[in-house]
Ligand binder design. Structure first.
Ligand code: ZN
Ligand code: ZN
Length: 253
């Protein structure tokens, strides 16, 4: 399984910064669409068959309308969009509302479709070829799914965004190779992390204890205003296998 966190910053000078969230899995599946429609090349965007949205926050779906427009061919091969009922309602009300953007959901029922809407349900795996993706609710300020990715006997968990959580660790433990886990705020902003349901480096470390064994940890979603401080605080934890995920780099598991 190959996983790449897309770059958000188009400027060469700041490849490590992550303003927006999109993961590409095996070149054909996208998890979130924060940067999908602006950072992936058009060729890369056209290869995407399935897009999974974790939650309705802007950094996770900012370029979804752009992506859907970029890959529109008026054919039956439009991408499938996998969302919870909550995300679907938010998209319909706040984005595809004929004010912010044309109603791609409604239009897809009348003219050659922009998207095929599929409903994500708690702990119900979606199979795409040999890849299986299971959504599990995590602890964020709006309804949010983390995802368990499984292929060829290996499993990778992607959690962005969440405060301290439980269920996904129980579900995702077996055959776990790696975890992409958020570390949004430094310790000095622990109060804000608590209110916004995000993690600090120490809270990330507490989550890792729930796995009960060492796996590869790739820290993501480091807020850019505190990036260097977060890197220092993550380093200071001294946790084997913990690194900050580099946007643009492909990780193989
Ligand atoms: Zn969020
Ligand atoms: Zn976020």
């Amino acid at each position: 399984m190959r996983v790449r966190l897309l770059r958000s910053a188009l400027a060469e000078s700041a490849p490590e910064q992550q303003y927006l969230t999109t993961f590409l899995v095996n070149d054909t599946v996208a998890i979130d669409a924060g940067s999908l429609g602006i950072s992936a090349t058009l060729e890369e965007q056209r290869r995407i068959t399935d897009v999974f949205i974790s939650h309705s926050h802007m950094d996770h779906l900012a370029s979804l309308p752009t992506f859907l427009e970029n890959v529109y061919t008026q054919g039956d091969d439009c991408p499938s969009l996998h969302v919870s009922d909550a995300v679907r309602a938010a998209l319909q009300e706040h984005i595809f509302n004929d004010r912010i953007w044309p109603d791609f959901i409604g239009l897809s029922e009348k003219i050659p479709p922009f998207l095929k809407l599929k409903t994500l349900r708690e702990r119900q795996a979606v199979e795409i070829g040999k890849l299986s993706i299971t959504p599990v609710s995590v602890n964020h300020s709006v309804p949010t799914f983390g995802f368990i990715l499984e292929e060829a006997g290996k499993s990778v968990v992607i959690i962005s965004d969440s405060g301290p959580t439980e269920e996904i660790w129980k579900q995702g433990k077996a055959r776990l190779q790696a975890v992409f886990l958020e570390a949004s705020f430094p310790e000095s902003l622990a109060e804000l992390a608590h209110c916004a349901r995000h993690l600090t480096p120490k809270l990330l470390a507490a989550e890792l204890k729930k796995i009960g064994r060492g796996v590869r940890i790739l820290a993501i979603h480091l807020k850019s205003a505190f990036h260097s401080r977060l890197v220092r605080e993550l380093d200071a934890l001294g946790i084997p296998g913990l690194e900050v995920a580099l946007p643009g780099k492909e990780y193989e598991f």
